[in-house]
Design a protein around this ligand. Structure first.
Ligand code: F0G
Length: 352
């Protein structure tokens, strides 16, 4: 078996790259499609899989698009890249910029980025700017800064980002040996749902494309409400976004595919996150659990979810270790077998 080369090389014929594009790679992509063992029981008419994007090098789907955006920035002679981020884009930009030898400036909404993501941006050597405003305002700021300071913008407004992210759709079709019926994913700035739909449109004839189901958090659901949200609120900080940059792309993906866009509560998100961790063995960050929370909501409402369903798990739970605060703390015991047996409520065998 040949080693996986990463997104740029694996999909060279379907990406806007040439011989002049530097062969940047952290071996991103090729993430597992994991069959569900527990959540699937709530969806008896469906065959449910998780596309585990937390398995990417920096722990989120952003790496697929970032490798293309940073390689193209290098090709164009850029010295530095810039992004605004709720955290994952920043972590990915910092890692790929480090690999490419570019400077990286990330602009983060103050106090609104999960600890692991912030650590990633810092250790990879990015300049980390914290601003006292929302993600949406930070994005406006970096758009202007990228123009006036001649920095390469690597938010999903950069067309190469979505080009890279569409490769997840190609992988799903390959891994299943055919198209799924439904793909469900969390929606924040709306780049990813736009990119998946582009991928499916390129890979499949119209009658074989899956429905795209987008899930937002109730307190940050501009696409569901049909208007921007000035002060988005949700425990899922990655998708705490009130004015999605790819608004039209998301609406087109949902309407052209005959899909749906709807919102779930923070409680539903946290419940889905706990269930994925405790019953599927998959630790995802809260935003990523929104896709599964959406499926569970529909199942509870009696909606029959049919066919092959892929829920995209966009980011690793280790990025947001505060998620664990809601679970039991370690129990202090004496270092004896008897103490451990008492904890397990079993009787130890004699001797030893
Ligand atoms: N899931 C995770 C883990 C994310 O980090 C994001 C977005 C999304 C879902 C939503 O994807 O924006 O394409 O609709 N994170 C961005 C960031 C905004 O800055 O890291 P989207």
């Amino acid at each position: 078996m040949r080693p996986w080369p990463g997104v740029l090389q694996a999909f060279a014929d379907r990406l806007p790259v040439s011989d002049r594009t530097p062969p940047l790679s952290l071996r991103e992509g090729n993430t597992p499609l994991v069959p569900s063992v527990s959540v699937a029981r709530d969806l008896p008419d469906a065959e449910l899989y998780f596309k585990w994007e937390g398995a990417n090098p920096t722990g989120s789907f952003k790496d697929r698009g970032m490798v293309v955006a940073v390689a193209k920035a290098l090709e164009a002679g850029a010295q530095a890249v810039v992004c605004a981020s709720t955290g994952n884009t920043a972590a990915s930009a910092a890692a790929y910029a480090a690999r490419a030898g570019l400077r990286c400036l990330v602009v983060l909404p103050e106090g609104a980025v999960a600890e692991g993501k912030l650590a990633q941006a810092r250790v990879h050597g990015a300049l980390v700017a914290s601003v006292a405003c929302s993600f949406d305002a930070a994005l406006r700021l970096v758009r202007e800064a990228s123009e006036r300071l001649s920095l390469a913008l690597v938010n999903s407004l950069n067309p190469y980002r979505l080009e890279g992210q569409k490769t997840a759709a190609f992988e799903i079709v390959d891994q299943l040996g055919g198209p799924p019926d439904v793909v469900v994913l969390p929606v924040g700035n709306a780049g990813n749902i736009t990119a998946y739909w582009r991928g499916f449109c390129e890979a499949l004839p119209a009658h074989r494309r899956p429905q795209m189901w987008g899930v937002q958090a109730e307190g940050a659901a501009p696409l569901v409400l049909g208007r921007p949200v000035e002060r988005p609120q949700t425990v899922a900080s990655a998708i705490r976004i009130g004015r999605p940059a790819s608004w039209e792309g998301a609406i087109r993906a949902v309407s052209e595919s005959g899909g749906r866009i709807f919102a779930v509560s923070d409680d539903e998100i946290l419940h889905a996150q706990a269930r994925l961790a405790q019953e599927e063995g998959l630790f995802v960050e809260p935003a990523s659990a929104a896709s599964v929370a959406g499926l569970l909501r529909l199942a509870r409402e009696g909606v029959r979810v049919r066919g092959t369903v892929v829920a995209v798990l966009t980011g690793h739970g280790l990025k947001d270790p505060s998620s664990a605060d809601r679970t039991p703390f370690p129990i202090r015991v004496d270092p004896t077998v008897e103490a451990l047996a008492a904890l397990l409520q079993i009787t130890p065998a004699e001797g030893g």
